[in-house]
Design a protein around this ligand. Structure first.
Ligand code: URA
Length: 299
């Protein structure tokens, strides 16, 4: 760990946190990450008790289709969708297709002036997203908190510092091959969980961000983000270690950093999820390099 990262983690009361035993040289991170160590003794016990099969060894690239695929709906006892019907939320303010044609700058400007739901009434400013607009990685959180509302950037408070540490643990850095966005772009009052209608009203913005970014892999941080992306009921504990899909893009879910700050004993699980994400990304790169389709088979 770098001295700077060490001191950040110490300040957060989280050091020593995570480190890779050997920094992976190239994209063969899967195997090496399986050997990754959790750097605090009690977590070794947590890890062995909580090991998720999919997080160890080769990545199973079968992906779980979202509820809006007919196969998935069938499993859930729902009828197939009528041809051409988009099950995703389509609030009136995007019915005219304005958002789907926007470029990055126009999209951000639109978000900053959005009044599509009640969250606009109490916000100081909307928080569109931050990072590398050509990133392979997209991390999606829930919604801005007080500091984000103040500064206009996602994940800059305490949970954000933990997210930065999580990114660093797999050699990622905010702004470099990573884009960070939220399911809702305006702060819910008192940091409450955003309502379904608020997530629905805001979803076209995330949808457009994903369309512009075309990430290889999405990591959903917490339940609201996962449910917004996957359009189905999600329990993080039961969904970890699985590959879901948003359109053709693999989605991995893990706990939200704010949850982790309250439940430090689950740190080992998040570490496993990050390793799984990193192995999946390595596999996606390997497939792309080999000219194999990245559009992975579904189960
Ligand atoms: N929590 C989130 O989900 N997003 C932020 O931007 C900050 C905290």
């Amino acid at each position: 760990m770098s001295g700077r990262r060490d001191s950040v983690l110490r300040e957060m009361g989280l050091a020593p946190l995570w480190r890779l035993r050997d920094r992976p040289a190239v994209d063969d991170a899967c195997g090496q990450l399986a050997d990754a160590v959790v750097d605090r003794a009690p977590l070794q016990a947590e890890r062995s008790a909580d090991t998720v099969p999919a997080a160890a060894g080769a990545v199973d690239l079968r992906i779980v289709p979202p509820l809006h695929s007919d196969a998935r709906r069938g499993h859930a006892g729902l009828p197939p969708l009528a041809a051409g019907v988009a099950p995703a939320v389509t609030p009136e303010h995007v019915a005219d297709g304005r958002i789907e044609g926007l470029d990055w700058d126009a999209l951000e400007a639109t978000i900053l002036t959005c009044e599509a739901c009640v969250l606009c009434q109490k916000r100081k400013q909307a928080v569109p997203g931050v990072g590398d607009r050509q990133a392979d990685w997209l991390f999606v959180g829930e919604g801005p908190g007080a500091e984000e509302d103040e500064r206009g950037e996602p994940f800059v408070g305490q949970a954000g510092r933990l997210l930065d540490a999580m990114l660093a643990s797999i050699d990622l850095r905010r702004g470099h091959d990573v884009y960070i966005a939220n399911a809702v772009k305006c702060r819910p009052p008192h940091n409450r969980t955003p309502e379904t209608a608020e997530i629905a009203a805001c979803f076209p913005y995330l949808e457009r961000q994903i369309a512009l970014l075309q990430p290889r892999l999405i990591v959903a941080l917490g339940r609201p983000a996962a449910q917004a992306l996957l359009n189905q009921e999600i329990k993080i504990g039961a969904s970890r270690g699985r590959l879901f899909r948003y359109g053709g893009i693999p989605v991995i879910v893990t706990y939200h950093p704010a949850y982790l700050l309250r439940n430090l004993h689950d740190k080992g699980k998040v570490w496993e999820d990050l390793c799984f994400a990193r192995r999946t990304m390595a596999e996606l790169h390997a497939r792309a390099d080999a000219g194999a389709p990245e559009n992975l088979p579904t189960i």
